[in-house]
Ligand binder design. Structure first.
Ligand SMILES: [Zn+2]
Ligand SMILES: [Zn+2]
Length: 113
């Protein structure tokens, strides 16, 4: 059975990776500058770096963070996604549970302040 991956904006992702891409599109500005004032983007490998790529692939962020692809995506969302999950289009974007029509939308890690 296929698991649906829905965004609270109504976007239907084809899978968890697609949903992460969607969040990236909604939260990451063109200049890659996060709310913390730093640039977060995959750093291109230096041209003179002739060492073989690490296996499994390790990505380096321009802030110095390194992780595998999954962890890197989570890092980008962690730095770019605002606490209220409101994207650049003014809509809220968060993983939506398809089979819970009356869930009160808990936002992890952030209670009312
Ligand atoms: Zn970073
Ligand atoms: Zn969305």
């Amino acid at each position: 059975m296929m698991t649906q991956h829905l965004c609270t904006c109504g976007y239907e992702a084809g899978g968890p990776e697609d949903l992460v891409v969607h969040f990236g599109e909604m939260f990451i500005p063109a200049d890659d500058v996060a709310p913390d004032g730093r640039v977060h983007a995959e750093k291109a490998r230096d041209a003179d770096d002739d060492r073989p790529a690490a296996v499994p692939l390790i990505l380096t962020c321009r802030c110095g963070f390194t992780a595998g692809i999954d962890g890197f995506d989570r890092h980008l969302l962690a730095v770019f996604a605002p606490a209220d999950r409101i994207g650049r289009d003014g809509k809220q974007h968060a993983p939506a549970a398809p089979a819970s029509p009356q869930s009160p939308e808990p936002i992890p890690g952030k209670a009312a302040e």
